[in-house]
Design a protein around this ligand. Structure first.
Ligand code: ZN
Length: 142
């Protein structure tokens, strides 16, 4: 299947050359996210200006899916408002549950590469770790 190969390439690329996996020393929001079922452990770091996410990064360890998903997520949410980031997170969760339409998956751009996870229940927590951590980080901030 051609599309599956393409999706694997996206995940591999984000693991080999993550764009956002680095420290962010003066981050405004820092939160650890752990997925014990797999051993994924990330620290999400964000800079915000009012409601806008101006920069972000993550550090940590984990499986290829957790790391690629966090990297893709940061590429999608930087420059967006918190509300928009949370809306994309909700959409992502719905995709992982197999509930999103094709149009909605298109809107997720590269994150759509993870849609087959909906057929791999054991990997769901890996795929959503970054997004869950993001949601928790905003909740704790208030
Ligand atoms: Zn994992």
């Amino acid at each position: 299947m051609e599309s599956r190969g393409f999706y694997n390439e996206i995940l591999t690329e984000h693991n080999l050359r993550p764009e956002f996996k680095h420290d962010l020393p003066d981050a405004d929001i820092v939160l650890e996210g752990v997925n014990q079922s797999c051993g994924d452990d990330i620290w999400l770091k964000l800079k915000v200006d009012g409601d806008v996410i101006t920069d972000g990064a993550f550090v940590g360890d984990g499986c290829a899916i957790s790391q690629a998903s966090a990297d893709i997520m940061l590429g999608m949410i930087i420059g967006k408002t918190k509300d928009e980031a949370l809306r994309l997170g909700n959409l992502f969760l719905r995709m992982i549950k197999g509930e999103a339409s094709d149009e909605e998956i298109d809107e997720l751009e590269e994150a759509g590469a993870l849609k087959d996870i909906s057929h791999m229940p054991a990997r769901v927590k890996c795929a959503v770790l970054g997004w869950h951590t993001l949601e928790e980080a905003f909740k704790q901030e208030k």
